[in-house]
Design a binder for this molecule. Structure first.
Ligand SMILES: Nc1ncnc2c1ncn2[C@@H]1O[C@H](COP(=O)(O)OP(=O)(O)OP(=O)(O)O)[C@@H](O)[C@H]1O
Length: 613
């Protein structure tokens, strides 16, 4: 017994969260630091005794996203403080002061659609003689409720419902929200609807965790799934992996304890990552540092300047090879053929080659597949005035002339019609073009880069692509490998794309939470960088704060595009649009129908078909 007490005291003296879970999934050790990190106990000076909300108490609420991280609060629940406003919707941000279960006392409140919240959203009142205010500081991710000049702050990552209860007669603060409300079962909704809350700041009323099971204390999530795997011997433990616990970011290491007969339990070590944004920032900087070093390495061996390929990231061996070839080809005017699956970065690479060669010269990109066959000649080579019915009398410059002195990039070259293939070959051999209807040639000085996701050799064998043209364009072939063959590039790509999209939409920089990053890194990306880009763009649109969570990453629905027929793709896009609209307009169906311009019957039919609730 004595030994056990000493052991607990030692555990409490460690400045790192330490928990031991036995084979029956019960907590046997839960040291002081772990209790602090998970919110079982508090370090704050402020305190209040245990109790419940009572009629006549003043309730002050700050909630940045009704229905999220507040115990699933519904706008109707606000009737408990006499707010019966049908315009308040789930997803709104709300500040409110009212008296509990008193239909005489007028509440004061304001609300705003959650996604349009201002940097400082504030409500201040002299309410029943007490000076009270509530505010949401979105930039600082801070909610502050002030009662008689004392601040009750709560930081949030994504969203949280903050509440302070004041005794209506004495003005004493009876309850304030703190981190760890989930383990203590003290969400805004639970306490507002009468749940008993524990004391804070006094040791007598501490939540009892020793002997409790995982589910008694926490919401089951990926961390506990991993622990269960280790307990049954399916996994050997993990080191420094980021998870969420109580909606708080934590970094965990899990070690199995046991002998040759099996696992007896696990030791879980946790570190608070509330300052995770800083950590992620640090991590990004380290990666960038490594990237720079690696560029320097390249410089030594390949003479590639440090800022080359700024927008074409990838440090895997395969990508180094691609960059090396691209760099070499940029030093010459050879025709380059870039092959690779759809969305792997062929167009981007073509631009990089051009840019390295001469960034001031024109770069004209043409998708051979996107121009109607009867227009392709006049689009590529232009025409003289009156060349055909409907032609401009002044004539028109074609893409080749526009690219004169620079690069023309012919994407999807395999789709160039046969008769145009002959003309292209002529241009390549003679460096001249003929505008449609012209009798005199125009000289052009152009580098031609072509790309395809098809097998051109096969096309030659099938007779759909000219062999002589194939040899002409294929002087310098570069193959861009699919993502599945260069997984180590994922991290760099994710960060590059994230910054690119935030810049494009003029958004504050965003970061991935540890689990979000895990999710995106562990998905088996088939081959497509564009697909990755789409997922990141969607996650950015769905995420309201500057941290992206796993639920914003919709990858289970992605299917390799090549095996999806047209109808399926349309259905997937429809489903996506509906889900995003429901989120954006907080479920306001009337508004969504108006915005999307669809009738009620079509709207409900599609909701039903796609199983959207
Ligand atoms: N290595 C990379 N670094 C940064 N961004 C990349 C990289 N590769 C691709 N991208 C981005 O992914 C998207 C798709 O790339 P791109 O359009 O170049 O693919 P593609 O192979 O030409 O596609 P397709 O020919 O099938 O239309 C682009 O937005 C591009 O900027």
């Amino acid at each position: 017994m004595k030994r056990r007490k000493i052991f607990h005291e030692i555990a409490d003296s460690i400045d790192e969260g330490m928990i031991y879970i036995d084979k029956k999934r019960r907590f046997q050790v839960f040291n002081h630091k772990a209790k602090e990190i998970t919110g079982v106990i508090f370090k704050n000076a402020a305190s209040h005794p245990a109790g419940t909300v009572e009629d006549g108490d003043i309730v002050i609420i700050a909630d940045n996203l009704i229905g999220n991280d507040d115990g699933d609060l519904k706008p109707e629940d606000l009737a408990l403080i006499n707010i019966k406003d049908k315009n308040i919707k789930t997803g709104d941000a709300l500040l409110a002061i009212g008296v509990y279960k008193n239909s005489e006392m007028k509440p004061v409140y304001k609300y705003i659609r959650g996604n349009s919240i201002t940097p400082q959203f504030e409500l201040s009142e002299l309410y029943l003689g007490f000076s009270v205010s509530a505010m949401i500081l979105a930039k600082e991710s801070l909610m502050r409720i002030t009662v008689n000049n004392i601040n009750y702050d709560i930081m949030y990552l994504n969203s949280v419902g903050h509440m302070v209860i004041v005794d209506g007669k004495t003005g004493q603060v009876k309850f304030f929200q703190e981190k760890g409300y989930t383990v203590r079962k003290e969400s805004l909704k639970e306490v507002l609807t009468g749940a008993h809350y524990l004391a804070k700041g006094t040791s007598g009323n501490e939540l009892e965790v020793i002997g409790a099971t995982i589910e008694d204390i926490f919401e089951y999530n990926d961390l506990f799934k991993e622990i269960d795997e280790i307990l049954v011997g399916n996994s050997g433990g993990i080191c420094s992996t980021d998870y969420e616990l109580n909606k708080r970011p934590v970094r965990c290491s899990i070690y199995p304890v046991g002998n040759e007969n099996g696992v007896d339990g696990v030791v879980l070590k946790i570190r608070d990552l509330s300052k995770m944004e800083e950590l992620l920032q640090d991590r990004n900087e380290i990666i960038m540092e490594m990237e720079k070093k690696s560029h320097n390495f390249n410089k030594l061996y390949m003479d590639i300047s440090a800022d080359a390929f700024e927008n074409f990231v990838g440090n895997s061996m395969l990508m180094k090879e691609v960059k090396f070839l691209a760099y070499k080809s940029s030093k010459t005017k050879f025709n380059v053929l870039i092959t690779g699956e759809s969305g792997t970065g062929k167009s981007q690479l073509a631009y990089e080659i051009h840019h390295l060669y001469n960034k001031k010269a024109p770069f004209v990109e043409v998708n051979c597949n996107a121009i109607a066959p009867n227009l392709i000649e006049s689009e590529l080579f232009g025409y003289v005035g009156g060349a055909f019915t409907g032609a401009l009398s002044s004539g028109k410059t074609g893409y080749f002339e526009q690219a004169n002195g620079g690069t023309i990039f012919l994407d999807e070259i395999a789709d160039l019609p046969m008769e145009m293939q002959v003309k292209l070959l002529y241009v390549m051999q003679n460096k001249v073009i003929y505008r449609v209807g012209a009798t005199k040639p125009t000289y052009v000085d152009i580098r031609i880069i072509t790309a395809t996701n098809q097998n051109l050799q096969k096309a030659v064998a099938n007779g759909t692509f000219r062999q002589d043209l194939y040899y002409r364009i294929n002087v310098f072939p570069i193959h861009v490998p699919p993502l599945r063959e260069r997984k180590s590039d994922l991290y760099l790509l994710i960060n590059k794309i994230l910054n690119k999209i935030c810049n494009r939409y003029n958004l504050e920089p965003k970061l991935f939470s540890g689990q979000a990053l895990n999710k995106i890194m562990h998905y088996n990306w088939p081959g497509n960088v564009r697909e990755l880009e789409n997922v990141i763009e969607r996650a950015i649109t769905l995420c309201d704060s500057n941290l992206i969570y796993p639920e914003h990453i919709n990858i289970m629905e992605i299917q390799p595009q090549t095996v999806m027929n047209f109808k399926k793709r349309v259905q997937q896009a429809e489903k996506e649009i509906l889900k995003n609209a429901l989120k954006e307009y907080s479920g306001d169906k009337q508004k969504i129908m108006e915005e999307l311009g669809i009738s009620k019957s079509v709207f409900y039919d599609k909701l039903k078909r796609y199983g959207i609730k």
